[in-house]
Design a protein. Structure first.
Length: 251
């Protein structure tokens, strides 16, 4: 069987995007990592939010081997993925005004904490309001989004603004509108989205920078180890005890 031409094209497209964000977003990644380190060092808590497939990149940094134990998922029921029935309900909830405020008000998030809001388009009410309300509460907000959508689509938020308009730091994933890298003869729709690959890479680069910043300040990064290596559970138990008041997924 010969190698797939389209598979190779997808890898090339993904690699090209990764190279772009590595080179063009280095400053934003450094700023986001420093902000995370600032929050950890000052006793704050970390949260990540994403709706639909954007939630995959948020979940990728929560309770993760090799990740910061302090990163908590800020979950909005019904919007985490395709686990609701019908699956289209999740998309509909992203457009509901007021939902973000209700979730934040009932969450442990408070002034001095940091929230990463992930939304590819950044145009729906939920991520825009989440960022807007979090800043009003005194949180530092990092947005991970595709800036292309701000010039090629219209906002669905009452303000007319996008996620990028309500963040302290913005990381641009460079994903083209429509989130599909390939086209082919005989295939009516574009396909092969790369947003998850690129957004998760941006998140991990941000977390690596935060660890680097903490070490530079003489603080051991509160990292988790894999439970599948010897000593992993014991290590994680110590980290969980030491930082228990800032870890909410364990309760």
């Amino acid at each position: 069987m010969s190698d797939s031409k389209l598979a190779g094209q997808f890898f090339d497209a993904a690699i090209g995007l990764l190279e772009r964000v590595r080179d063009e977003e280095a400053g934003a990644v450094a700023a986001a990592g420093a902000a995370i380190a600032d929050t950890v060092a000052s006793g704050g808590r970390l949260f990540a939010f994403g709706a639909g497939h954007s939630s995959l990149a948020a979940q990728d940094v929560v309770y993760r081997a090799g990740g910061l134990a302090l990163m908590n998922l800020l979950a909005v029921p019904g919007t985490l993925g395709v686990d609701v029935m019908p699956a289209t309900l999740g998309s509909a909830l992203e457009r509901v005004d007021g939902l973000a405020g209700a979730v934040l008000d009932s969450s442990p998030a408070r002034s001095g904490d940091l929230l990463v809001v992930i939304s590819l388009s950044g145009r729906n009410a939920l991520p825009v309001e989440m960022a807007q309300n979090a800043r009003a509460l005194g949180l530092t907000v990092v947005g991970v989004t595709s800036v292309a959508y701000t010039t090629g689509t219209k906002s669905r938020h009452v303000s007319g603004g996008f996620l990028r308009d309500h963040c302290d730091i913005v990381l641009d994933s460079k994903i083209a509108i429509g989130d599909a890298e390939l086209t082919a003869d005989g295939v009516a729709a574009p396909f092969a989205p790369a947003s998850t690959v690129v957004t998760s890479a941006l998140m991990q680069a941000m977390m690596a920078t935060a660890a680097e910043e903490l070490v530079a300040r003489g603080i051991e990064p509160p990292l988790l180890r894999s439970g599948n290596v010897d000593g992993g559970h014991e290590w994680n138990g110590r980290v969980m005890r030491e930082y228990g008041d800032r870890i909410f997924y364990r309760h």
